[in-house]
Design a protein around this ligand. Structure first.
Ligand code: ATP
Length: 310
């Protein structure tokens, strides 16, 4: 039996005047996954998340969240009730933490007092302070606490740990992972903190220029990507970058460091290479290999051979 999808989009597109923020996006996130949504600045991650939560109307394409179509008005209300867009900027600034929690309690039929108390004990928030006087880290924790106590089935979290100190980062990540582990909540987390995502995520969606360029189970993706150091007697062959499975190549004379998807020996067979070292690629190496650009000197340069993964 296949796992039902918490998020599914088909050819989802958002066109702004002069900018296609998302461009035929096909997302599929299984229920219960901790999904890392990764991409360069401007890749379309925030637009995608906001579209899924009904905050932005797509130009075309389809999306379902928790099995409900986002374009349907009634379904959109149900999505907002069952999912949480954790947004520290969306808290009423004039209220104290205590007042805001009281309001959230009355507005949410599924509010879980025990979870609220447990969250408060861990997240250490000043109840008497106004939201406007909270630091960014405190606001993130408060927004997360509300989502946790609401018993959300799906958390959409854009840059959860940006600007947070290491202790608060840990608290936020632990609370998220606990929501996943204890209740099976699905998490879609967008961040540039790849090491953090590598620690918690078990599913990957990598976006570039509004499109999905790599997606799937994190362990499978890591198991299929290798960093390979290879050498040639004289010069690297000109055909190296186009070889099937070679996702990126950094070439230096007779030496090349490659990120290869699939069987590295097979990818380099017939090219006369001596493989000097081969090891699993890190998430950062995989990401840079797929979305690096030619002008990113000193970074991985994608060969455009990502299709070889399909
Ligand atoms: P970052 O990692 O920098 O937060 P992102 O992947 O979240 O980036 P988005 O914020 O979704 O990217 O933006 C995708 C593209 O859409 C960018 O080129 C951005 O300038 C553009 N864009 C986003 N919102 C609007 C808008 N309201 N009007 C016009 N263009 C927009």
């Amino acid at each position: 039996m296949t796992t039902p999808l918490a998020i599914e989009t088909q050819a989802l597109t958002k066109q702004y005047p002069g900018v296609r923020a998302i461009d035929g996006l096909d997302l599929a996130v299984p229920t219960g996954a901790i999904c890392a949504l990764i991409g360069r600045n401007g890749a379309g991650k925030t637009t995608a998340m906001r579209t899924l939560f009904g905050m932005i109307r797509p130009t075309s394409g389809r999306a379902t969240v928790l099995g409900l179509p986002v374009e349907d008005r009634h379904a959109a209300v149900a999505i907002r009730r069952r999912a949480a867009f954790v947004d520290p900027a969306a808290l009423y600034p004039w209220m104290t933490v205590r007042e805001l929690l009281r309001l959230a309690r009355t507005c949410n039929a599924d509010w879980d007092r025990a979870r609220e108390a447990a969250g408060l004990a861990v997240l250490d928030l000043p109840l008497a302070r106004r939201v406007s006087a909270l630091s960014r880290g405190m606001r993130v924790k408060l927004a997360l606490l509300i989502a946790l106590a609401r018993n959300a089935e799906l958390f959409l979290f854009d840059e959860p740990t940006e600007g947070l100190d290491p202790v608060v980062r840990r608290q936020v990540l632990h609370a998220l992972v606990a929501a996943n582990a204890t209740r099976g909540a699905t998490l879609l987390v967008s961040s540039h903190q790849l090491a953090e995502l590598e620690e918690i995520a078990n599913w990957l969606c990598l976006m570039d220029r509004g499109r999905l360029v790599l997606a799937g189970d994190m362990d499978d993706i890591r198991a299929t990507h290798h960093r390979v150091d290879a050498a040639w007697p004289a010069q690297c062959p000109a055909t190296l970058a186009a070889a099937s499975g070679v996702v990126s190549a950094r070439i230096n004379g007779a030496f090349a460091t490659l990120i290869v998807a699939g069987d590295a020996h097979m990818a380099l067979s017939g090219l006369g290479a001596t493989i000097q070292d081969i090891r699993p690629a890190t998430l950062a190496e995989i990401v840079l290999a797929h979305v690096g650009r030619e002008h990113d000197e000193a970074e991985w340069v994608s060969t455009g051979a990502a299709d070889a993964l399909a």
